[in-house]
Design a protein around this ligand. Structure first.
Ligand SMILES: [Zn+2]
Length: 370
């Protein structure tokens, strides 16, 4: 998407996209070191209850910035600070109330967020230690704006925070299929955070990721669709949503870390079909199965077939072999061209397993499909 903007956008839009690309690269390089020390920091800043702290970078790059709102404080005047605070809260509550997980590391880790990062920064990311949000194009003249501020979509907040959880659990290597699974897990739980916030069942939800992120200048409803991958946007400047929803359309590319934001459409759609088939609130059953897979069964090198087999196994263990739920999981994967088969539980591998590949590709951005 950024590549399209660089090729087809106005001067302002082009320089904005190039700036975002280069900053994302820098952030990715910093992540490994941050991840290593985050374990240390966590031990010093854990608690039994959610502890959110919001900072303001005041359009600079120094993190975390100036404290603007801490846990229990009333709303402040800045909507971005309040959206970051509330989005973190819904994400924490979903994981705590339904999956029994206390914060990102499972051990009460404090969640810090910085808003107003850089001027005109078109992204949001988890840097291995904290959340960082840009203001999109809110500084440009309205006619030139493509992105609103990145705190505007609660599923984007859930998406990025889930990258933090993946880092502590399956640690899916951020490349090719394992990387697309990493992205898909973030979309799945990001969407569940939105559905939980809105009290929507699987049938009521729109399954759009990043609704509200585009301004009215862009022909699109969001950045991805789990219901119909490839249909979220089609715009002269941004380009067309490149996501496939079936293995026959799998995109082999060296761009975007081997298509992590592209082929995530395939496992995304499998989850959507399974959740719809089961019915009710998607976080209660389908979400449960995917969460257990992320926590216990998947590892750094897992691919789509592993995810299909393990979610099928977990659904059988939790709801019964041959149950409606297990059949729904099989149907979800079948609809994207993958046959789930019964396999024994794969023992979890800590630290991701694949050494420098895992470390190098543990990048966590949102729109980096070059
Ligand atoms: Zn992501």
């Amino acid at each position: 998407m950024l590549g399209e903007i660089i090729a087809k956008g106005s001067d302002n839009q082009r320089s904005r996209a190039m700036q975002t690309l280069s900053l994302s690269e820098q952030a990715r390089g910093q992540r490994r070191a941050l991840t290593d020390i985050s374990h240390m920091l966590t031990a010093m800043s854990a608690s039994a209850e959610k502890t959110r702290t919001i900072y303001d970078a005041r359009e600079g790059t120094t993190l975390p910035g100036t404290l603007v709102r801490k846990e229990g404080d009333p709303p402040v005047a800045d909507p971005a600070a309040n959206e970051a605070y509330d989005g973190c809260g819904f994400t924490y509550d979903l994981y705590k109330n339904f999956f029994g997980r206390n914060s990102l590391d499972g051990n009460g880790m404090h969640i810090d967020s910085t808003v107003h990062y850089q001027k005109g920064y078109d992204n949001a990311f988890w840097d291995g230690k904290q959340m960082v949000y840009g203001d999109g194009d809110e500084d440009l003249p309205e006619a030139q704006r493509l992105f609103n501020r990145f705190t505007i979509s609660v599923d984007i907040i859930g998406h990025e925070l889930t990258h933090g959880i993946t880092q502590y659990e399956a640690n899916l290597a951020y490349f090719a299929q394992s990387g697309a699974l990493n992205e898909s897990m973030s979309d799945v739980f990001g969407s569940l955070v939105k559905q939980y916030q809105r009290g929507q069942s699987a049938a009521e939800a729109d399954w759009i990721i990043g609704e509200g992120l585009f301004t009215s200048n862009v022909k699109g409803v969001g950045i991805r669709s789990m219901k119909a991958p490839g249909t979220a946007y089609d715009d002269p400047v941004i380009g067309k949503d490149p996501q496939p929803g079936h293995m026959k359309d799998y995109v082999s590319t060296t761009q975007d870390n081997g298509g992590v934001h592209i082929n995530s459409g395939i496992p995304n759609h499998a989850f959507y079909v399974a959740a719809l088939e089961i019915g009710g609130n998607a976080w209660e059953k389908a979400g449960q199965v995917w969460y257990i897979a992320l926590r216990d069964n998947l590892k750094g090198t897992s691919d789509f077939q592993d995810a299909a087999n393990q979610t099928f196994l977990i659904a059988g263990q939790k709801f019964g072999v041959g149950s409606l739920e297990q059949k729904a999981v099989a149907k979800g994967w079948a609809e994207v061209g993958i046959t789930a088969v019964s396999v024994p539980v794969t023992p979890p591998v800590t630290n991701g397993g694949s050494g420098c590949l895992t470390a190098v590709f543990r990048g966590l951005g949102l729109l980096r499909n070059g």
